[in-house]
Design a protein around this ligand. Structure first.
Ligand SMILES: [Zn+2]
Length: 217
C-alpha cells in the first residue's frame, strides 16, 4: 500500500449515475481514472496488471443503505477481487486508512521475512492503522477457503519474486556501486508505481547505510 494522488475533479459519470434509480459507479471514465491514479495496482495487496479490477468502497455503501458513499469519488478505490472480498467483513466497516490522504509508509512497517509478510503499525499509530495492518496481513494469509489458499499463495509468490529481483540487483550494486544501469533498474523497482512497492522501499530504508546511493529513490 502506497500513497496515491487522486485526480480531481471526479469522473463526470458519477454525478449523472447518482441521479438514476439504479445508476452505476463503474462507468468507463471511473475505471480508466482509477486504473491511472492507482497505477493499475490493487491498493491493498499491491499486485500489478489486474485482470479483473474491481471498484472498492473504502466505506461500504451496503447495497445502497449509504447512497452518498456509493458515488463519492473519494470513496472509490481500485482493488483485486480477492482483496475486495476479504475487506468485506464487518470489522472493516468503520474504515481503514485512506491512502489518498495519509501515506501508509509513514505509519506501517512493510516487512517481508522468510517468505511471509510481517507488517506492523509504527508506534503512536491510531486504531485505523492497526485495522489496516490486520487487513493487509489477511490478504496474504487468510486461507479459509480453497480458493483463498491459492490466491494468498499466488500473491506471496509474486511478492517473493519481486523481492528476489530487488535482492539480486542490490548484490550487483554492492560489487559495482556506480553502475548506472543497475541504479536505473533499482530506481524503477522502487517507484511507488511498481508492484509491491511498499515492501521493497521498506527494505531499502532498513538497509540505507549499505546503499546510501538509493536514498533519493
Ligand atoms: Zn489485492
Amino acid at each position: 500500500m502506497v500513497k496515491i494522488q487522486r485526480t480531481l475533479p471526479a469522473p463526470a459519470s458519477l454525478a449523472v449515475e447518482a441521479d438514476k434509480p439504479s445508476g452505476s459507479y463503474r462507468e468507463l471514465d471511473v475505471i480508466e481514472q482509477l486504473r491511472k491514479d492507482f497505477h493499475d495496482k490493487c491498493y491493498l495487496c499491491g499486485i500489478k496488471k489486474l485482470q479483473d479490477p474491481e471498484v472498492e468502497h473504502l466505506l461500504p455503501h451496503k447495497n445502497g443503505k449509504y447512497p452518498e458513499r456509493k458515488f463519492d469519488w473519494n470513496n472509490l478505490f481500485l482493488s483485486c477481487g480477492h482483496c475486495n472480498s476479504i475487506k468485506n467483513q464487518t470489522k472493516y466497516d468503520g474504515g481503514i486508512l485512506d491512502c489518498c490522504v495519509q501515506d501508509p509508509e509513514e505509519v506501517i512497517d512493510f516487512r517481508f521475512q522468510e517468505g511471509n509478510v510481517d507488517m506492523v503499525a509504527k508506534e503512536g499509530a491510531d486504531e485505523k492503522v492497526a485495522l489496516t495492518v490486520d487487513l493487509l496481513q489477511e490478504v496474504f494469509n487468510k486461507k479459509n477457503t480453497g480458493m483463498r489458499v491459492y490466491k494468498c499463495e499466488m500473491r506471496l509468490q509474486e511478492l517473493n519474486k519481486e523481492m528476489n529481483v530487488l535482492y539480486d540487483k542490490l548484490e550487483v550494486l554492492k560489487e559495482r556501486p556506480d553502475s548506472r544501469i543497475t541504479l536505473r533498474t533499482l530506481k524503477a523497482l522502487l517507484r511507488r508505481e511498481s508492484a509491491f512497492a511498499a515492501f521493497k522501499r521498506y527494505y531499502i530504508r532498513e538497509h540505507k547505510e549499505q546503499f546510501p546511493q538509493l536514498s533519493d529513490f
